[in-house]
Design a protein around this ligand. Sequence first.
Ligand code: HAM
Length: 435
Amino acid sequence: MPTFRAPRGTRDLLPDERAAFRRLESIASDLARRYGYREIETPIFEDAAVFERGVGAVTDVVEKELFRIARRTEEGESWALRPEPTAGIVRAYIEHGMQTWPQPVKLMMTGPMFRHDRPQAGRFRQFWQFDIEAIGDPGPAIDAEIIELGRTFYRLAGLDDVQVLLNSIGDAACRPAYVAALIAYYEPHAAQLPALERDRLHRNPLRLLDSKDPAMAELNGAAPRITDRLCAPCAAHFQAVQDHLHALDVGYRLEPGLVRGLDYYTRTAFEFFIPGREGGQQALGGGGRYDGLVELLGGRPTPGIGFGLGLDRIVLALQAREPARGVDAGGAAPVAVVVGADPEATAIRLKVATDLRAAGIAARADLSRRKLGKQFESAAKDRAHFVVIIGDELADGNVQLKDLEAGSQQLVALSDLARKLVSGERSHRHGGADH
Ligand code: HAM
């Protein structure tokens, strides 16, 4: 039993798994560039009020799961680790006057988020998201564009069959009457509601709709539907989002119970699921429109929409389907390992490897002071393509270059070594033809 372990709900991403995350990050950044999003980085912690006000003080994410930092600032505000990126990005949008930039401002971020939830499979206290935000466009076309972007990301990641669940949750004009109708509907049943749901009935009644408690299924099935009670502008917006999705050939399923767990949403709300898992807790990703958030955090009224896709859950889904897919065991095999006849002459081996690296070649010097035979064995274990042997020829400025894959060996001038390795490696990659 080790003395120290990673904190509960967190884990180390060892190199194979980190490579799988890196692959997703590079798909994300390539897609973001193609769709006109530029990368932003906000601090991992913020004034807790950014989340309390932005995400909502009575959401689970803030009320129960926020990692608060014990230390307070001189000004008396308190900090918290970000449970999600949207509130911080909107804070940055306002702080840096981005409303004067051409709108919409399209931003992307990947990075770790923190929620102090009960850990279980697919639910961590530190997890990673690919986040997209388009601030300053009221939609509806961009709503569809963002949903299509999410679906394309999953396809490129290797999950072809991810399903889109779609809903509209109205706005300040139509939602209050709907919420009142919802409370009136549940209230006669209050005594039978599970404790959590009874507690939510007046504090956050929309959340009852996506309760995962089986005892709620029947009651929720007959609950009033927000989509029957949207005001005319919200209904038109919702229809237009669907028309645009049809035009883009993006399939989706209407899900009137989809309300999302964060308070800032208005109108369009969506989630991505693996087919067959729609009923569970584990959305692969989700997002929606937040037309009131910029104003709520102190900016001018500005519409916005975005998504957050959980990278951990994608890696898990890929691993579950095809164990080799979720990890990337490609590793870091060196092109060349520099070995020497004189085990003690580590300085010259290190110097040759350093020069090769400067020329862009992945090289390792054997620094072990073991006999030459052992140095060769370890180069083969490393799956190196070439071994550079430093021996007596060095007096004339030469080394032996052995191609482990071809089994051939030649004398090469040290000054010509990097060029030889680059062309040898290139012809190897192109199936033998040296271009
Ligand atoms: P969210 O639905 O709270 O939305 O989180 C988005 C995704 O992050 C989830 O679908 C899930 O894949 C992943 N996720 C959340 N919590 C955990 C956890 N504890 N462990 C592992 N993965 C998790 C947001 O965060 C919004 N900011 C999305 C958004 C952006 N809306 C507008 N713009």
